[in-house]
Write a protein that binds this ligand. Structure first.
Ligand code: SF4
Ligand code: SF4
Ligand code: SF4
Length: 195
């Protein structure tokens, strides 16, 4: 199979898995969030990955997690969301990894492509990987409030601390601002907004 075609095939398979992951979590959150009128959410276009999400959430482990839109990912060998700047080698060694908790897993797909997945249990929402991915000019990694964890505090500590006005209330009927094809697929499943 021609390499480009092969890559597209692999990507579409991975996208399906990733999309199900994001949409599944979003769907579970929707049933809960429908009880409320508004929920907290991050605008990924405004977020500057300042790390205040991981510090200011009232939960010990932030309700904010990194998510990955695989439809936007370049599967870069030199993933600047995964590797420390100036890493001596591009491998899975702890000294090479950017993530402070080892939450990102790197899996070989085919030369020169690697898949990057996030273990949400380990993610503290520090945004380091998001910043790295963005600095590479991509942005497939971004931060979101996971509504299966968020307490929906009336006065969200992150919203008060956010320097970018990226943390705001959105209608519970559209509780996630998702990017890429996963986001579009999810948006189609949502009920129509009331006039
Ligand atoms: S609303 Fe509360 S639980 Fe949710 S992200 Fe903000 S501080 Fe954390
Ligand atoms: S670098 Fe930070 S935001 Fe990214 S996966 Fe690791 S803990 Fe989560
Ligand atoms: S506090 Fe605001 S700018 Fe900082 S990481 Fe959170 S949403 Fe992004």
């Amino acid at each position: 199979m021609e390499k480009h075609t092969r890559r597209q095939f692999i990507r579409s398979v991975l996208q399906t898995a990733a999309g199900l992951s994001v949409v599944g979590a979003a769907g579970a959150a929707l049933s809960r969030s429908q009880r409320d009128d508004l929920v907290w959410q991050i605008d990924p276009e405004k977020c500057t990955q300042c790390e205040k999400c991981s510090i200011n959430c009232v939960l010990t482990e932030s309700a904010v997690k990194a998510v990955h839109s695989y439809s936007m990912c370049g599967y870069c060998d030199l993933c600047s969301g995964y590797l420390e700047p100036g890493a001596h080698s591009r491998d899975t060694g702890a000294e090479s990894q950017l993530c402070p908790t080892g939450a990102i897993k790197r899996t070989f797909v085919e030369d020169p492509y690697f898949e990057y997945t996030i273990d949400e249990k380990l993610c503290i929402g520090c945004g380091k990987c998001v910043k790295g991915c963005g600095s590479f000019g991509n942005g497939s990694l971004y931060l979101q409030v996971r509504h299966d964890r968020c307490l929906n505090c009336n006065e969200c500590a992150i919203a008060r601390a956010c320097p970018a006005q990226a943390f705001r209330r959105v209608p519970a009927s559209t509780p996630y601002i998702l990017r890429g094809e996963e986001g579009l697929r999810y948006a189609k499943k949502l009920p129509e907004k009331k006039a």
